[in-house]
Design a protein around this ligand. Structure first.
Ligand code: ADP
Ligand code: ADP
Ligand code: MG
Length: 427
């Protein structure tokens, strides 16, 4: 029907090897890597095996799916608790269980296998050492069909809930140029290990001592790709299309540099004061922020419904500034300008993070929410002038009422007094 190529976006189809294969067989160009690369990197275990020939640091753990429970317990004990049981086919932060002690191992293992089977249709699970205070740092790569592969620096994605990102930035506040170059080289090697073509992301954990460990590769454009576009000046989707057309990369590694700082807040229809539970409903008000250095990628308009399917992501709010502080200031201003009513969103949480000392200093990790956001009432907005006045009137009334009850026969009820007060105010 005149279709030359299909761009799968960053949804489920982008990581579906069978879909990529069928597109290819239909004589249509799939804008993305080969079905083989998708398949290989879709399995965390196969990915680890594929990159083993390169000198890439891995999180200590098993290199194969666990089949023998007793053997697994011995391995876990040797690694040292806590450990993580992970689904090989897992994704989107799902299919992971932390095990604190050996006595819980068997039960958690059974739960992990049954979850992996029902969620991903594949019950293979493995063990990883649970890194206590990691940062999630990932490297964007681009490969063409002529064997050239470059990296486009890192994205810091440590502000997460349920092992899934909410705030991302580029560059990271803690990477030195040397570490950046070293992690970049490793990411390029991971891409080489699967003859990677197109845009992809190699994810790492970075511990407190700045040791990094390979986690997995995502064989698609990522939700947070705009921050990389902002600091490199490259349009990643345009690059994907050019690569799919067979064009060689128009730049080499040495042509690339970081310019400025970018932040992204995922605006989810979730209630941050209620464990980030999805909040569905109608976007009664929806007004985007504007201005220099503010970018909103979204797919909704005022009056639309937020459905219950998939992640309830409404928009990605991206700000770009000359440095980190500038990007943070712009983010706060943009959050304040963004008007969304009808549903709860992650906007107030984003503001909380932007103002938090740990975030501002750059001294944070994936435990940010656990450490600093245990009391979500901090998000409750300060009372408005009117609310403060109402509270003062009510307090005065109640105080008067208790004093007067013995003398007055018809004490003013707080509600009638309230409406009088409102009427007076409107005069
Ligand atoms: P990323 O790893 O790019 O940061 P997430 O972890 O938020 O993205 O989501 C992982 C993946 O889960 C998405 O890229 C996509 O493949 C799938 N996914 C999540 N939500 C949706 C959705 N609403 N529609 C389609 N696919 C989705
Ligand atoms: P997914 O496929 O769901 O994206 P990842 O392996 O990329 O799975 O891990 C997602 C997140 O889970 C990481 O960003 C990190 O916060 C946490 N995580 C994963 N592995 C470990 C580990 N070994 N130790 C501590 N945290 C981990
Ligand atoms: Mg991941």
């Amino acid at each position: 029907m005149g279709v030359d190529a299909i761009h799968p976006g960053y949804g489920f189809l982008s990581e579906n090897a069978q879909f990529a294969q069928q597109v290819k067989e239909a004589g249509i160009t799939f804008i993305g890597p080969s079905p083989n690369a998708i398949e290989l990197m879709g399995s965390k275990l196969a990915a680890k095996a594929a990159v083993a020939q390169y000198n890439i640091p891995m999180v200590p753990g098993t290199e194969y799916a666990i089949t023998d429970l007793e053997e697994a317990k011995v391995i876990a004990t040797n690694i040292g608790f806590p450990i993580l049981i992970k689904a090989s086919a897992g994704g989107g932060g799902k299919g992971m269980r932390v095990v604190e002690r050996v006595t819980e191992f068997e039960e958690q293992m059974q739960l992990a296998v049954s979850e992996a089977t029902s969620a991903f249709g594949n019950g293979a699970v493995f063990i990883e050492k649970y890194i206590g205070s990691p940062r999630h740092i990932e490297i964007q790569v681009l490969g063409d069909t002529h064997g050239n592969i470059v990296h486009l620096f890192e994205r810091e994605c440590s502000i997460q809930r349920r092992h899934q990102k909410v705030i991302e930035e580029a560059p990271s506040a803690v990477l030195t140029p040397e570490l950046r170059a070293q992690m970049g080289r490793c990411a390029v090697d991971v891409a080489k290990a699967c003859d990677y073509v197109g845009a992809g992301t190699v994810e790492f954990l970075l511990d407190e001592n700045l040791n990094f460990f390979f986690l997995e590769m995502n064989t698609r454009l990522q939700v947070e790709h705009p921050v990389t576009e902002q600091i490199t000046g490259l349009d990643l989707v345009k690059e994907q299309i050019k690569i799919a057309q067979g064009a060689p990369l128009s730049f080499s590694q040495k042509d690339l540099s970081i310019n400025g700082h970018a932040l992204e807040l995922r605006v989810y229809a979730e209630d941050p004061t209620n464990n980030f539970l999805p909040d569905i409903g109608t976007l009664t008000t929806y007004k985007r922020p504007q201005g220099l250095g503010v970018r909103v990628d979204d797919g909704f308009e005022e009056g639309m419904e937020i459905p219950i399917y998939y992640d309830p992501m409404i928009a990605k709010l991206v700000t770009f500034g000359k440095d980190r502080q500038d990007a943070i200031d712009k983010m706060i201003r943009a959050i304040d300008e963004y008007q969304i009513t009808g549903i709860e969103t992650t906007l107030p949480f984003g503001r909380f993070v932007m103002e938090h000392e740990a975030f501002r200093s750059g001294n944070f990790d994936t435990k940010f929410i656990q450490r600093y956001f245990q009391d979500p009432s901090v998000l409750k907005p300060a009372p408005s002038q009117e609310e403060a006045e109402i509270a003062a009137v009510l307090a005065a009334l109640f105080a008067g009422q208790t004093k007067e009850t013995s003398t007055s026969t018809t004490p003013a009820t707080p509600t009638s007094a309230m409406s009088d007060w409102r009427k007076n105010r409107l005069k």
